[in-house]
Design a protein around this ligand. Structure first.
Ligand SMILES: [Zn+2]
Length: 333
C-alpha cells in the first residue's frame, strides 16, 4: 500500500490526513494531535512523528506505508519551508527562528517532505475539489477567517513566489471607497495598509472596523449594548438569521471580495474563483446569498468571462492537511 500523508501544523494542534495514490482520502474526519510548538522544534517534530503513527494506525496502515509527506504551517516562511528568522506568532520559541522545518522533518522521517504555507495548502485543496490532480487549470481561492488567506494555483501549480509570499491575497489593495454603503469608513489592516482585502473581508475586520461603523447607522441595535469583541462574534449568526445590520456587514465583505475577484479575473482569467473559511461555514442558503452578493459586486465583465464560476470550498477544517497531501502526491507522481 502506497500512502501519502498531509500534516497541517498549527500553533497548538497538528491535523493529519492520509491519501492513497488513487486520490482517495483514508481519514475522512479531523484527526488531531497536540503540536507543543511553544516547546521548540525538537519537541514539536517528535509530536509530528508520534501523531503520524497514530494517524496511520487509524487508517489501517503503518508508517512504513507512507512514501511522502506534505507539510504546511502558518507563515511567514520561505517557499522551501524555512521559517522566518524574524519569528512568527505561531512559532514563538527562539529555536524556531530561521528553522528549516521541511529538511528537519525529512531527515527525521527518512522520507521526502514537501512544504506549503497554510493559505496556499488550503487553496490547493479547493482547486483539487474542482479539477483533481494533474490538470493545467488556474484558480484563485480566498479563505475568510481571522485574516484573509488563500492562494493562486496557476496552470495546476501553486504560486509560492520568490520569498514564499505568493498568494498573500489579504494584503492586496482594493478600491474600498467604492463599496456601497460604507462612505467615510477607513478600514485599516494589521499589516499597516489601509483598504486591503483583509481590512474589510475578515473576521478581524468585523470587530475592528465594520461593526463599529454600522452601529452608528443602526442606533439602538442590540449589539450596540454589548462589549464589541463579544458582539463581533455574534454577527455571522445574526446575519444568517436575516438581521439587517449584520447582512449589511456581510454585504460589505462580499463587495470587497467582488472587487478583489475582478482584479484576479483581469490578471489571470482563471478557470474558477473559490471562497472558503470560517466566515462562510454556514448553511447553504446563506452561502448562496453571499456568493450572489460577491457576483453582484463585480464590475461588468467581458462576455467571455461572465461564466467564470465562484465555488464554495468544502471541508474547511481539514483543508490545510488535504492540500498539503495533494502537493506531496504531485511530487510522488
Ligand atoms: Zn493587510
Amino acid at each position: 500500500m502506497l500512502v501519502i500523508a498531509g500534516v497541517d501544523l498549527g500553533g497548538t494542534a497538528i491535523n493529519y490526513t492520509l491519501l492513497d495514490t488513487n486520490e482517495q482520502f483514508l481519514i475522512k474526519e479531523l484527526f488531531e494531535h497536540p503540536a507543543m510548538s511553544k516547546e521548540g522544534p525538537d519537541v514539536c517534530l517528535r509530536q509530528i512523528e508520534e501523531g503520524l503513527g497514530l494517524a496511520a494506525a487509524r487508517a489501517g496502515c503503518s508508517l512504513d506505508d507512507i512514501v511522502a509527506i506534505g507539510l504546511d504551517t502558518p507563515g511567514p516562511a520561505s517557499s522551501a519551508g524555512v521559517l522566518s528568522a524574524q519569528g512568527s506568532t505561531n512559532f514563538v520559541h527562539a529555536n524556531w527562528a530561521g528553522f528549516d522545518i521541511r529538511t528537519a522533518l525529512a531527515g527525521r522521517l527518512g522520507k521526502p517532505v514537501t512544504y506549503l504555507n497554510d493559505g496556499n495548502a488550503g487553496a490547493l485543496w479547493g482547486h483539487f475539489t474542482i479539477f483533481g490532480v494533474g490538470g493545467d487549470q488556474t484558480s484563485v481561492s480566498a479563505i475568510i477567517g481571522t485574516g484573509l488567506g488563500g492562494g493562486v494555483i496557476l496552470g495546476g501549480t501553486v504560486v509560492k513566489g520568490r520569498s514564499g509570499f505568493g498568494g498573500e491575497l489579504g494584503h492586496v489593495l482594493i478600491p474600498y471607497q467604492s463599496i456601497r454603503g460604507t462612505e467615510g469608513m477607513r478600514p485599516e489592516c494589521n499589516c499597516g495598509r489601509t483598504g486591503d482585502l483583509e481590512s474589510v473581508c475578515s473576521l478581524t475586520a468585523i470587530g475592528k472596523t465594520l461593526l463599529p461603523y454600522f452601529l452608528t447607522r443602526y442606533p439602538g441595535h442590540p449589539l450596540g449594548q454589548m462589549d464589541i469583541v463579544k458582539a463581533a462574534k455574534l454577527v455571522r449568526g445574526m446575519a444568517e438569521k436575516g438581521d439587517s445590520m449584520c447582512r449589511d456587514i456581510f454585504r460589505a465583505q462580499a463587495h470587497a471580495l467582488g472587487l478583489f475577484f475582478d482584479e484576479m479575473v483581469n490578471t489571470f482569467d482563471p478557470d474558477a474563483l473559490i471562497v472558503g473559511g470560517g466566515a462562510i461555514e454556514t448553511g447553504p442558503e446563506f452561502q448562496r446569498w453571499f456568493i450572489q452578493q460577491v457576483r453582484a459586486a463585480m464590475p461588468a465583465q467581458r462576455e467571455e468571462q461572465t461564466a467564470i464560476p465562484i465555488h464554495i470550498m468544502p471541508n474547511g477544517d481539514t483543508a490545510g492537511a488535504r492540500g498539503a497531501a495533494i502537493e506531496a502526491l504531485r511530487l510522488v507522481r
